[in-house]
Design a protein around this ligand. Sequence first.
Ligand SMILES: *Cc1c(COP(=O)(O)O)cnc(C)c1O
Length: 398
Amino acid sequence: MSLANGRHSLAIPGPSVMPDRVLRAMHRPAPNIYTGPLVEMTHTIVADLKRVARTEQNVAMYIANGHGAWEAALVNVLSRGDKVLVLATGRFCVGWGEMAAKMGVEVETLDFGKRSDIDLAQVEEALRADKGHAYKAVLAVQVDTSTSVLNDIKGLRGVMNAAGHPGLLMVDCIACLGCDRFEMDEWGVDVMVAGCQKGLMTPPGMAFVYFSEKADAARETADLVTHYWDWRPRVNPEEFYKYFDGTAPTHHLYGLREALDMIFEEGLEAVWARHTTLAQALWAAFETWGASGPVELNIADPAKRSHAVTAVRVTAPLGTELRTWLTEHAGVTLGIGLGMASDADPGGDGFFRVGHMGHVNAQMMMGVLGTIQAGLAALDIPYSAEGLSAAAAVISKA
Ligand SMILES: *Cc1c(COP(=O)(O)O)cnc(C)c1O
């Protein structure tokens, strides 16, 4: 028998749950793109995108997914033959580096594995060793969505300063903008990339590249920049169509406006706090279940875990079996184990991820957790009881 035929719950790390308010805001006829409300509204979106990232600097918008933002960020500051330092803590920063390499950029990688954050001491050593300042930029992800590690971006700026290194600090916040605290100006980030479909609760299709004055100075000499990806015409354009170098993503703009309204109605600090508590509830359940049996959080240190996504180890093939059971029998879809394949587990079947970014509340979290426990029981995967009680205790005390 299947018990899946109610409202399906999608708990993958992007696209995230789309609020009904956002969907309703998008359900409208095509607007005029030359003058009128859409034009005025878009200016307010730019201002609020800066508020979400805690910056008074620049943001360029693109019709693209996260990969588009990656490319836009790279081409605006780099030239063929430039060198960058990639700080790998999972699949995503590796992917950003591979994209740079395809453009003719020389990529050096410090790999911290799949269960750790960036080791700042090691980064400082590498930067001090770069006496000629060959690294034009340091590339990092704040939250690597494959491992669910949260990197210390403020600390990364700290070691770049300590080493006296002039490279640009470039950060991927695609998974966690609007979920985990991020302070672009205070932390000294030069370039930040984000998408609309995770913490910003809007259907995939818009991407954002934030940049500092220092990064814009690098744009002056970057020989990789092309007409479409150039960030300059997209910032404070005199003509509306230059925001997107062509037709605007009209309906996404209405959706995004609504999503930003929801964030600021709640308050950005309150949104971060909600994500923190819900993540702690989730961790409490997994830690309790895992006291006996194979269930284990991928990142051991709570201070280094994202509040937007959680990667779980459960040994192959139980991760895939559990995901399949949950979708087919219980109406919940979890994220696959991404970038976790190994010789012993070529399919990455020993992992799954829970997305808890954006439009999530206590009821949704308890629902996902309760259903996971049913799946563990159904598949005879050993676990310690009281995981749900541990999660409920975190929520009850919030
Ligand atoms: C989702 C994600 C990406 C890729 O975004 P797409 O929209 O799928 O191109 C890149 N980096 C991180 C950290 C992500 O979470």
